[in-house]
Design a protein around this ligand. Structure first.
Ligand code: 5GP
Ligand code: ZN
Length: 114
């Protein structure tokens, strides 16, 4: 997926600073943050939406959540709390079709979400 912006970020093409990385996932700050902490956790491998996850990706999906937990701890928001969000397709407002887990924190979140 050479035209995918998040594949390019994961490959290091733009020199984006990673706040977390391992063999399977990387995490970096959102360009347009919606909270004091707004980090995106993405798989290095291109997967367009959560609908495209397979049974074989169970470990990868778990790694994304564990990465978010670690970044929350690094950011000092683990105890106060944070929100993780995976937007899928149009009704959820997905804009980038390479799955990304939003980690949002550092302020009080509203419920229900908009
Ligand atoms: P979505 O609506 O698809 O769940 O969220 C896409 C997110 O990616 C948005 O919050 C947007 O600000 C962020 N984003 C889009 N392009 C870039 C980029 O090139 N760099 C970074 N760091 N974030 C981006
Ligand atoms: Zn991609």
């Amino acid at each position: 997926m050479s035209e995918c912006i998040f594949c390019k970020i994961a490959a290091g093409d733009f020199g984006t600073e990673f706040v977390y990385e391992d063999a399977e996932v990387v995490a970096f700050r959102d360009l347009n943050p919606q909270a004091p902490t707004h980090v995106l956790v993405i798989p290095r491998r291109h997967i367009a939406t959560t609908n495209d996850l397979s049974e074989a990706d169970a470990g990868l999906a778990g790694r994304m959540t564990l990465a978010a937990k670690q970044v929350a701890e690094q950011e000092g928001i683990g105890e106060a709390g944070y929100r993780t969000v995976l937007n899928c397709n149009a009704d959820a407002g997905q804009e980038v079709y390479h799955i990304h887990l939003h980690l949002l924190g550092g302020r009080r979140m509203n419920w229900p979400p908009g």
